[in-house]
Ligand binder design. Structure first.
Ligand code: CAA
Length: 694
């Protein structure tokens, strides 16, 4: 038996303990260890029942993701679990922590389940582009019914121990010592003469084709473009159409194996690993410790400031919220209360939790109150002089060592560091709107920041439930800088004759939640026009000429908020094409003597997305993004780049950088050096036959 699994017998009960840190993944050593332990138990006359449990912080949290894509050594998990079905003495799973994927399937193949009250159960496989491959799709419907099976397996969410018990997936929940409770449970089984039992012996619940139809429609909408949830539904149907239990299990596993090698699963596994990679900060020595943040401050309570206050208070951080004046403070507090009251009305937040969050916020108009803060996030309007004045104030009113972070989305934070007089404490913390919902946080490492301040903002991001990536200082950081290249290309495509709805459809079909022009309407064309104005001094004549947003703003068309922008919107904000946009584009072409042409979907997609890939390569070249992982994670979580393509850099690698480069060179000939000069890194890697990752 491998050292990952131990076997012992005491008082007539055998006990297997799995010990494979950090998350007790069902690696080969665990599977082999379990197979020998099972054989030993079956031949052990002294043992009347077997308990399977785990050491450490969790039960088995799934198959070992690192083994995916390599030849899987025997025993395979499904075969091993079939042997549990066939065992004649009872097996009890005693579970705690995260009971996920293959770990949940292991527990389900045991004959009884007893759970720690804090245990969480789920099938995250769809998030990895997979489906449960070791009986999950067959055992859950038999134990808990179709609705729960469909929800858990296609949704990838989790349920707690009590809910699992209610569903029939767990026999007993304990908040006492789990091992003791399991021993008592097993002894009672033996004393009562209760033997083995298997979900394999249960029948499938009555078929409900309407439920499957509804589920197919729902996942096609909620998880658009993803193949795994639909395949998972097919796998559940094997319970009706897949032959006897063992045969259905074999077919379920075959479906899962097929998906492991598919492009979506490879991309989603890359995203899983990249999310963990971005938490590791390059260039920080192992002994760098984060500063303590007990109280945070936010100065500037517009839309972003309020969202940040809500994010902090929801994450149990006491916040000092500083507004410009009493009227702004009152408006901000009202907006915050209204947002949470709306959630209470919908039942997604309790009144008690809302009250607790409000109690964590101290509203004030006195910046001097920030003396109690350990970290202050500035969120005043995007005006460099205003921000410099705020940083000068922050430098004088806060304690030495208090981290001063700007939420700017494009201004030069190094100049704010100068204004503060405390450059080693100054950084960026760029939240995305709405800040209390969006998971991405771009932490910006200024040139003179102290290493422990970097460690602090990364740890703090995690503490408030955000996915923090690190960016260097530049105009737009990672997400907005890459996005600006897509927007530019979208405007050029409109100028050349592509209609906004065709452009948006290409982007939507690729898998983004929204196209670039619809996004402009949502964000506000006035905001986009202001951003263009602030960059006008550096813009090319062609960029200045493609002034559609300025023209629309001048005509009072601000996007969704005014009911008209690229599209027109009805009172329910449903969009349709806008005849005024067509007229504007034709008049623009006439004025500038431009010929309009038909542009195919491939060209639209390549120009919009390769412009971002090329800019991503520049970010790497310049060291703004430390690794391609940071770019992929930022774009997936900040812009909705479909995770199942792996993000721009991974996606480009799959296409092959030589192909990407050749297309960029073609665009360069057609569109000019100013827009399509390949990044030196891209050119070099393509020449060497390499990708961004390997
Ligand atoms: N296999 C291998 N390594 C894993 C792993 C797994 N299933 N789950 C986590 N790890 C590793 C992580 O990569 C990380 O490694 P590093 O420290 O080297 O970066 C380490 O364990 C700790 O993980 P986290 O940082 O994520 O720790 P956490 O406490 O924040 O979260 C967790 C713990 C909830 C278990 C989370 O890691 C998680 O969601 N893991 C994935 C679970 C999963 O998807 N399981 C299903 C696998 S597919 C399957 O089981 C298919 C099948 O039936 C055939």
């Amino acid at each position: 038996m491998g050292e990952m699994v131990s076997y012992g017998v005491s008082g007539g009960i055998a006990e297997v303990v799995i010990d494979n840190p950090p998350v007790n993944a069902a690696s080969h050593g665990v599977r082999a260890g379990l197979a020998s332990a099972l054989a030993r138990f079956e031949g052990d006359a002294e043992a009347g029942a077997l308990i399977i449990r785990c050491a450490g912080r969790t039960f088995v949290a799934g198959a070992d993701i690192k083994e995916f894509g390599k030849p899987m050594a025997d025993p395979q998990l499904p075969d091993l679990l079939k042997r549990f079905d066939a065992a004649i003495k009872p097996i009890v799973a005693a579970v705690h922590g995260m009971v996920l994927g293959g770990g949940f399937e292991l527990a389900l193949a045991c004959h009884y389940r007893i759970a720690d009250a804090r245990a969480r159960f789920g099938f995250p496989e769809v998030r990895l582009g997979l489906l449960p491959g070791a009986g999950g799709t067959q055992r859950v419907p038999r134990l808990a019914g179709l609705q729960i099976a469909i929800d858990m397996i296609t949704g990838g969410g989790q349920i707690g121990a009590e809910a699992a018990k209610q569903a029939g997936l767990v026999d007993m929940v304990t908040d006492g010592d789990l091992a003791d409770a399991a021993r008592g449970f097993a002894r009672d089984l033996v004393a009562a003469g209760k033997g083995a039992r298997s979900a394999a012996d249960l029948s499938m619940p009555a078929d409900d084709p309407a439920l499957f139809d509804a589920a197919r429609k729902s996942v096609a909408r909620k998880m658009r473009g993803q193949t795994a949830p639909l395949k998972a539904l097919e796998a559940i149907r094997l319970g009706y159409e897949g032959g006897p239990f063992d045969q259905a299990l074999d077919r379920e596993y075959a479906l899962c194996r097929e998906m492991v090698t598919g492009s979506q699963s490879r991309a989603l596994r890359h995203i899983f690993a990249a999310e963990r990679e971005v938490a590791k900060v390059p260039g920080l020595s192992a002994d760098t410790t984060a500063r303590m943040v007990e109280t945070a401050g936010v100065i500037g309570l517009g839309v972003m400031g309020r969202g940040i206050v809500m994010a902090l208070a929801a994450a149990t951080v006491p916040v000092i919220a500083v507004a410009l004046d009493q009227a702004h403070l009152d408006a901000a507090m009202k907006a915050i209360r209204d947002t949470w009251a709306g959630q209470v009305a919908k039942g997604s937040l309790t009144q008690a939790e809302m009250d607790a969050r409000l109690a964590r916020i101290t509203g004030t108009v006195e910046p001097a109150r920030l003396v109690d803060a350990d970290l202050v996030i500035e969120a005043v309007s995007e005006d460099i002089e205003r921000k410099q004045a705020v940083f000068a104030t922050l430098g004088s009113v806060t304690k030495p060592g208090t981290i001063l972070a700007s939420n700017t989305s494009f201004l030069d934070i190094d100049t704010l560091a100068d204004a503060s007089g405390r450059a080693a404490d100054v950084c960026g913390m760029h939240f995305f709107n709405p800040a209390h919902i969006m998971r991405l946080l771009e932490n910006v490492r200024t040139t003179r920041i102290a290493p422990d301040a970097v460690a602090t903002i990364m740890a703090f991001g995690k503490r408030i439930g955000k996915l923090a990536v690190l960016s260097g200082v530049c105009d737009g950081f990672i997400v907005n800088r890459m996005l600006s290249k897509r927007s530019r290309e979208a405007f050029f495509l409109v100028e050349e004759g592509a209609s906004p709805s065709v452009i948006d459809k290409v982007v939507l079909d690729y898998g983004f939640p929204m196209g670039p022009l619809a996004l402009g309407d949502l964000a506000g064309l006035d905001i986009q026009a202001a951003a263009r104005k602030s960059r006008a001094a550096k813009a090319t004549p062609r960029e200045l000429r493609a002034d559609f947003v300025e023209q629309m703003v001048a005509a009072g068309r601000l996007g969704q908020k005014s009911g008209s922008g690229w599209y027109v919107y009805d009172e329910k904000r449903k969009s349709s094409s806008n005849p005024e946009t067509d007229a504007l584009v034709s008049a623009h072409a006439k004025r500038h003597g431009l010929a309009l042409r038909e542009i195919g979907a491939d060209e639209i997609r390549e120009r919009l997305l390769y412009a971002m890939v090329n800019e991503g390569a520049r970010l790497l070249d310049e060291g703004v993004a430390p690794r391609p992982h940071d770019i992929d994670i930022a774009m997936v979580n900040g812009l909705g780049w479909p995770a199942y393509t792996g993000g721009p850099m991974f996606w480009a690698d799959q296409i092959g950088l030589a192909t990407v480069l050749a297309t960029i060179e073609r665009f360069r000939k057609e569109q000019g050096d100013a827009y399509w000069t390949p990044s030196p890194l891209l050119a070099r890697l393509a020449g060497e036959g390499r990708g961004f990752y390997a």
